[in-house]
Design a binder for this molecule. Structure first.
Ligand SMILES: Cc1cc2nc3c(=O)[nH]c(=O)nc-3n(C[C@H](O)[C@H](O)[C@H](O)COP(=O)(O)OP(=O)(O)OC[C@H]3O[C@@H](n4cnc5c(N)ncnc54)[C@H](O)[C@@H]3O)c2cc1C
Length: 374
């Protein structure tokens, strides 16, 4: 079989690239080793935080806004909601990463934000057991986005626009030649002009010289101690990132849908450099839960620190905490190194991947995610 582009791996990044390539009329084939919207990579669970004034880099608001625009357009066609904009809190000391990073992103990316003093924050969000110098930057365009449903919707939209999709098919080799690239699976080979490799935690296996480090990162859900409490509904407890004085932090959001509150811990330095094929899928109460439960008991006294649901997931870190998205060589484009904050950007990154693959001018600066920057 011969095609224009093959996309290897249809998680968040690959499904978006497939969609945006198909939207241009490019003949594109997507190959995914699992089912579409599965729970064995980095894009499972119901939700992810959606932020616009992204503390991780001032260039990110443009990409988040592109995701929002594309998902809004897709939602108008399909009748589904892919982002709920409830606003979001960046909490910590005035010099903390969330506060300074959100301010910098807002200034550079023209994302409007509001500063909350300690007193305003405490009055408006009494769920938080704040440290004496905690303040917040409120990002009104932020909220939550929906993980598995969005991956499925991006693939379905790509198929509607003409893409061919092979689920449950593992790519075993990618041979790059002077005139074409051949993508091999156990049952067939596909020859293409270009390949987009968006294999998540497995990207480093397919392109071994990329500096990527997969990390085991479980997802956790909690409930309020008082089942009748409204305090942790999404409308009262919107998404947040909170950095503590010791450098660790919590992130999460409330829920109106199933009333389970999602909270995770940042800064636990373990389970790095794992082999994604050997991911430990057991949950270890002492290792996985104790530190997070203690942090929650301290931070949100009205939340029951015993998780009601949890599942393993993976983040793939890059050395500078930014994605690796861009041209790798004449025939290969890569997308990975999500570093734990990629989902909200995936549609915007998909558009960039399509532009890079078809040699259009990217709609925003991509030098900070250049895979060759190391
Ligand atoms: C606990 C946790 C919380 C997070 N919270 C947030 C958040 O709040 N906000 C946010 O924006 N981001 C968040 N993220 C990050 C976000 O989920 C990731 O950035 C995103 O899911 C990465 O998508 P991906 O496409 O790189 O990887 P994946 O979705 O894993 O996709 C890679 C795909 O490639 C496939 N594949 C691999 N090898 C092959 C092969 N040989 N052949 C065929 N297919 C192959 C895999 O099966 C997989 O489907 C979080 C991540 C975790 C783990």
């Amino acid at each position: 079989m011969r095609t224009d582009v093959v996309v290897v791996g249809l998680g968040a990044f690959g499904s978006a690239a497939l969609w945006r390539l198909a939207a241009r009329g490019v003949q594109v084939v997507g190959i995914e080793r699992q089912g579409i919207g599965h729970a064995f990579g980095s894009s499972h669970g119901t939700t992810r935080l959606f932020r616009v004034a992204c503390m991780e880099n001032p260039a990110l608001p443009a990409i988040a806004r592109k995701s929002l625009a594309l998902w809004t357009e897709l939602g108008e066609r399909t009748g589904a909601t892919y982002v709920r904009q409830t606003g979001s809190l960046n909490v910590g000391a005035p010099t903390s990463g969330p506060v300074t990073g959100a301010r910098a992103a807002a200034a550079a990316g023209a994302a409007p934000v509001t500063e909350l003093t300690h007193e305003e924050l405490a009055a408006r969000f009494p769920q938080y057991n704040l440290a004496a110098d905690d303040v917040a930057v409120w990002d009104p365009g932020a909220g939550i986005c929906y993980a598995e449903p969005t991956v499925r919707a991006q693939v379905a939209e790509a198929q509607r626009l003409g893409a061919t999709v092979y689920p449950h098919t593992m790519v075993t080799a990618i041979d790059v030649g002077p005139d074409a690239v051949t993508v091999r699976t156990p049952t067939t080979s596909i020859t293409a002009d270009q390949v987009v490799i968006s294999a998540g935690a497995w990207l480093g296996k397919l392109v071994p010289d990329l500096p990527l480090s997969p990390r085991r990162t479980p997802l956790f859900w909690f409930q309020p101690k008082d089942p009748a409490s409204e305090a942790f509904r999404l409308r009262n407890f919107p998404s947040f990132i909170w950095e503590f004085a010791d450098g660790r932090g919590l992130w999460g959001h409330g829920s109106d849908e199933d009333f389970l509150v999602k909270v995770g811990l940042d800064g636990a330095d373990r389970d790095r450099d794992i082999d994604p094929d050997e991911l430990d899928r057991y949950i270890h109460p002492r290792k996985d839960i104790a530190e997070l439960a203690a942090a929650i008991a301290d931070a949100f006294p009205e939340l029951d620190p015993e998780p009601v649901k949890l599942m393993p997931c993976m983040v793939t870190d890059s050395p500078d905490g930014q994605f690796l998205v861009g041209r790798y060589d004449d025939r290969v484009v890569v997308a990975g190194g999500d570093s734990g904050h990629g989902f909200k950007h995936c549609a915007g990154l998909g558009e960039l991947l399509a532009q890079i693959t078809t040699k259009e001018t990217p709609y925003t600066d991509v030098s900070f995610v250049d895979p060759h920057r190391f």
